[in-house]
Design a protein around this ligand. Structure first.
Ligand code: HEC
Length: 197
């Protein structure tokens, strides 16, 4: 920290002693104190992979295989969302009065919002392969579907409200990792509104 703060401090002192500092245009150039050290793309992807793992994205976004202790992410279909071909059992409406339900595998959920399906977030075109990093940031931090302003808000249980303060370097790392994933073609079904269950 000391080595990072020191030049910034010097810069600040210099600015204070410059007679016309108040009239200087605001600088948008990043300072050593606020930017992360230069990271290679590989290092960024690796950090993104780590964040995706510890933040539990696979819990909902990866189809599962069944093991002796329950479902686990299918390594061949990581992060590809609810499988298009996987039909869901009928929703037990009686249970919905008091419960929200996860389908086996966690890729589909039903609750007061209807049925939501975890999105394909692999690098395929049916995933987020054609998204800009800005779209990704707006989906993660603002909860916009496809990251587009004016689209619909993302439905539960996507935990985007937990991500509103995620800093840019973390968004960039996750984006870099997701763009490097094996593309899995899978067009996830559209959500079902509650009155159409
Ligand atoms: C508890 C389940 C859950 C977890 C954990 C989760 N998601 Fe989601 N996510 C969803 C669901 C369900 C949707 C679809 C919501 C909808 O259709 O409105 C979604 C949607 C998204 C979208 C928007 C896709 C689109 O087409 O607009 C992105 C991007 C996304 N998730 C990324 C992530 C990342 C990255 C993580 C981990 C940091 C993560 N999600 C963790 C359930 C989850």
């Amino acid at each position: 920290m000391r080595t990072l703060l020191f030049p910034a401090l010097l810069g600040l002192l210099a600015a204070c002693h410059t007679p016309d500092a108040q009239h200087a245009p605001p600088t948008t150039a990043p300072t050593a104190a606020v930017t992360a050290p230069e990271e290679t793309l590989e290092a960024r992807q690796e950090r993104g992979r780590y964040l995706v793992e510890i933040m539990g994205c696979n819990d909902c976004h990866s189809p599962k295989l069944m093991g002796p202790t329950g479902p686990y992410p299918d390594p061949g279909r990581l992060l590809s969302g609810h499988p298009a071909a996987q039909a869901l059992p009928a929703v037990p409406k009686e249970a919905l009065k008091d419960w929200a339900l996860f389908a086996m595998g966690n890729t589909a959920t039903v609750g007061p919002w209807g049925v939501s399906y975890a999105a394909n977030i692999t690098s395929d075109a049916s995933g987020i392969g054609n998204w800009s990093e800005e779209q990704f940031a707006n989906a993660m931090r603002k909860g916009w579907w496809k990251g587009l302003e004016g689209s619909r808000p993302l439905l539960p249980p996507m935990p985007w409200p937990n991500f509103t303060r995620m800093p840019d370097p973390d968004i960039s790392a996750i984006y870099a990792y997701l763009m490097s994933t094996t593309p899995v073609e899978n067009v996830v079904p559209a959500p079902v509104p509650p009155d159409q269950l």
